[in-house]
Design a protein around this ligand. Structure first.
Ligand code: NAD
Length: 292
């Protein structure tokens, strides 16, 4: 039997409608419109597309958006000064610095310079530390989107074995931490596999829930998957013919119980969680500036 399709695009549209309503109530209650600044350094074509999509999504829900474009030759000091300026701008509640940065710029220093309450990507050490210690606040958008897909599709995670392939700070690690949290979308028994994991297929075959963020086109084959498993494909790659594929082979659909498509799966959910985080950041900052 073919896997059920976990339609991230449809879900993302429904969540965006909810967020648009919440933005509108927030504006009428506080007089503050949530604002997002996207910082794009250099001319990476994929980054330009990602930033354009994020800005368009902001406009559909009523979030004020600003694009800061900086040349590839920007120095570390210039980029940090721009982050400082945005940290101090009361109209900006969320700052996203599009990665990767051009060679020579120190990404971790830049990400840690963003005010933790404006860190809508959730990459600041304070926000990752809060997630690791069970007090999540602003959580990285891709894993947050995957968790939302699991919850809203009615997938039980509690007590199930989740395997995450990939240990990046952006996807794999925060994904594993979310699945470990107590509560909805969490309470799983979690295994994290990575480049030093021997015999990866024997690990992925144990998964009730398999989240693949390896960045390797179609690495996960049908015989790597337990029959009936929930498979979430985070990977996204452009093939030579111009079409897109994920980290999971389409043949997995004949074995899995659920499979998220590429495109139309995790991607739209990631952008939607950025909108969610921007509204949350605006709420946190408005509370923080309200006298007790
Ligand atoms: P990354 O390259 O930083 O990390 C990949 C991880 O996979 C590494 O930790 C590595 O240990 C592991 N890995 C790589 N090859 C492996 C192998 N053969 N066996 C086992 N583990 C292996 O990538 P990332 O930033 O985490 O992104 C992963 C993928 O997800 C990429 O394709 C990226 O484009 C995609 N992505 C998609 C979205 C989205 O919104 N859809 C968002 C972020 C990333």
């Amino acid at each position: 039997m073919a896997a059920e399709r976990m339609d991230g695009a449809d879900l993302a549209n429904r969540i965006r409608e909810e967020i648009a309503g919440e933005v509108s109530s927030f504006v009428s209650q506080t007089g503050v419109r949530p604002g997002l600044a996207a910082v794009l350094v250099g001319e990476n074509p994929a980054s330009q597309v990602y930033v354009r999509n994020k800005r368009k999504a902001c406009q559909t829900v009523g979030i004020h958006d600003v694009l800061i474009q900086m040349p590839a030759a920007t120095t570390q000091a210039e980029l940090l000064a721009e982050v400082d300026r945005l940290n101090a701008d009361p109209q900006i509640h969320g700052i996203l610095v599009q990665l990767p940065l051009p060679t020579g710029l120190d990404e971790l220093e830049v990400l840690d310079r963003i005010h933790p309450l404006k860190d809508v990507d959730g990459f600041h050490a304070e926000n990752l530390g809060r997630l690791a210690s069970g007090r999540p606040r602003l959580v990285p958008c891709t894993p947050l989107g995957v968790r939302e897909m699991l919850i809203r599709t009615g997938i039980q995670t509690r007590g199930r074995h989740a395997v995450v392939v990939g240990r990046s700070n952006i996807v794999g690690k925060p994904m594993a931490l979310l699945l470990l949290q107590k509560g909805p979308g969490g309470d799983a028994t979690v295994t994290v596999a990575h480049t030093a994991t021997p015999d990866l297929p024997s690990v992925t075959r144990q998964a009730d829930i398999l989240v693949v963020a390896a960045g390797r086109p179609e690495i996960v084959q049908a015989d790597w998957v337990k029959p009936g498993a929930v498979v979430i494909d985070v990977g996204i790659h452009r093939k030579a013919d111009g079409s897109l594929c994920g980290d999971v082979s389409p043949a997995v659909a004949s074995v899995a119980g659920w499979l998220s498509p590429v495109p139309g799966g995790v991607g739209p959910m990631t952008v939607t969680m950025l909108l969610h985080n921007t509204l949350l950041a605006a709420r946190l900052q408005t509370q923080a500036s309200t006298p007790a």
